[in-house]
Design a binder for this molecule. Structure first.
Ligand code: 5AD
Ligand code: SF4
Length: 440
């Protein structure tokens, strides 16, 4: 019987893409995936530490998974990702059941780490800086979760220093992936039937700046769009400060670039934005959005917001609500401020109480609910293009270029096709559609 692995992933799309690479590596080592951790020989938790909640979740999962050792004393438990990077040995002390630990810098070392752990050692690979041979990871196969839409990591790390954020501490400085390596992966993906390419990075808009001969991110968009078979391109996450005119032009100019952009604004008050060290004002952010909306007709915006940053007053918070009213985002990911160890904001005076955060959050959600239902109404009766990703009980599921989920009746032969649909009924999170035409 071959060995089995079980992997549980927390956090952002980057982490999910890292997990796809870990899965690819494990397959080459002869491991087969299982959905049931109780029958695994290797359990991997790919962790996140962006807020306190994901930290706690990991510890509670470890408490459960450690029972595997009663049943299978040779089973190994590994912790990967950002919490591993941040907490290191401290975490092993708290949870001695951990056999293997590595961060996103050390993913390529997994095969050696498994050998070490099998020999009875604690295999911990947590470096302060990414190692020279980090690029080896690009050579490993990827075991993808979705057949038609693929994530392609193009840049790792982040050079911004937002005062609330652990990411620069867990993922290091910006390292752009070489152009040829990205394009080679995209070519392989389309050969394999992928139609939508989702470029990923903590800060994709900074791609190419760290090369000896810098290349603008907009050029990468053009290069990817020239590859035959690429039907759709998305990218996340961009920083408002780096969203330059050439990127906006490229978005308008390249037909495959989807009509959607995730652009975190975090807070509406200029005083709070300064404390966060975001490098833009509310007015500058809005100006970029208005320009985008003018150039890229029908673009759907989404964003991240933090509620209750230290010293946030009622008046500050109202600026956040005002941005929601003005931009009318189709998706808002909102988070209560969570002080992260080692970040400047965690030490700031004027921490906001949880009650106030909860109260503000519920007002924000209420407002967003209203905006979303108005946006949904606007979809009714319209014609959209949908890429069909899944079939379940005679129902097809896909996404519009504005990144809205759509469902329609149809059979499996439409999987992976881009179809034209009419929207009959729209709710905040789904469009009920009927098929008009199969496009390509
Ligand atoms: N507290 C709350 N939310 C945070 N985020 C990042 N750090 C924190 C924190 N300390 C949010 C930001 C970011 C998203 C991925 O998580 O909104 O864009
Ligand atoms: Fe979590 Fe940030 Fe790490 Fe992603 S990069 S897994 S959001 S801490």
């Amino acid at each position: 019987m071959g060995k089995k692995f079980f992997i549980k992933t927390f956090g952002c799309q980057m982490n999910f893409n890292d997990s796809e690479r870990i899965k690819g590596m494990l397959k080459t080592l002869g491991y087969e995936p299982t959905q049931n951790w109780e029958e695994a020989d290797l359990i991997i938790l790919n962790t996140c530490t962006i807020r306190e909640k994901p930290d706690q979740k990991v510890l509670s999962h470890l408490g459960e998974y450690k029972k595997i050792k009663e049943r299978n004393p040779n089973a190994l438990i590994a912790v990967a990702g950002c919490l591993a990077q941040r907490a290191g040995w401290e975490l092993v002390k708290k949870a001695p059941v951990i056999d293997i630990m590595f961060s996103s810098f050390n993913m390529h070392q997994l095969p050696e780490l498994i050998n070490q752990a099998q020999a009875g050692y604690k295999a911990i690979a947590i470096l302060d800086e990414p190692p020279e041979d980090e690029h080896k990871i690009w050579e490993y196969p990827v075991e993808r979760d979705n057949k038609y839409c693929a994530y392609v990591t193009i840049i790792k790390g982040c050079d911004k220093n937002c005062t609330y954020c652990v990411v620069p501490r867990t993922r290091g400085k910006e390292r752009s992936r070489p152009l040829h390596s990205i394009l080679d992966e995209v070519k392989r993906l389309v050969d394999d039937g992928v139609r939508e390419i989702h470029l990923l990075g903590q800060n994709v808009t900074a791609w190419g700046k760290d090369f000896e001969k810098p290349i603008p991110f907009s050029e990468l968009l053009y290069e990817v769009s020239k590859i035959e078979g690429v039907e759709r391109i998305r990218f996340t996450t961009g920083h408002p400060r780096d969203l330059t005119d050439d990127i906006i032009e490229a978005m308008a100019d390249i037909p495959q670039v989807c009509n959607a952009l995730h652009l975190p604004f975090q807070a509406g008050s200029n005083r709070i934005l300064t404390l966060m060290d975001r490098g833009y004002t509310k007015e500058e952010y809005l100006e970029k959005v208005y320009k985008l909306k003018e150039k890229v007709k029908g673009i759907a915006m989404s964003t991240d917001v933090i509620v209750g940053f230290p010293t946030e007053t009622e008046e500050d918070f109202e600026h956040t609500l005002d941005v929601l009213e003005k931009v009318r985002f189709e998706q808002v990911f909102s988070f209560k401020f969570s002080p992260r160890p080692g970040t400047p904001a965690a030490e700031m005076e004027g921490q906001v109480s949880d009650d106030v955060k909860t109260e503000r959050m519920s007002r924000l959600l209420e407002l967003q609910k209203r905006i979303l239902s108005e946006i949904a109404k606007g979809y009714e009766g319209t014609v959209q293009e949908v890429l069909i990703e899944e079939e379940k009980n005679g129902e097809l599921i896909g996404r519009t270029t504005t990144n809205k989920w759509a469902t329609l009746k149809g059979d499996k032969s439409l999987l992976g096709k881009i179809v034209k649909v009419k929207v009959n009924k729209a709710s905040a999170f789904n469009l009920e559609c009927e098929l008009l035409e199969v496009l390509r």
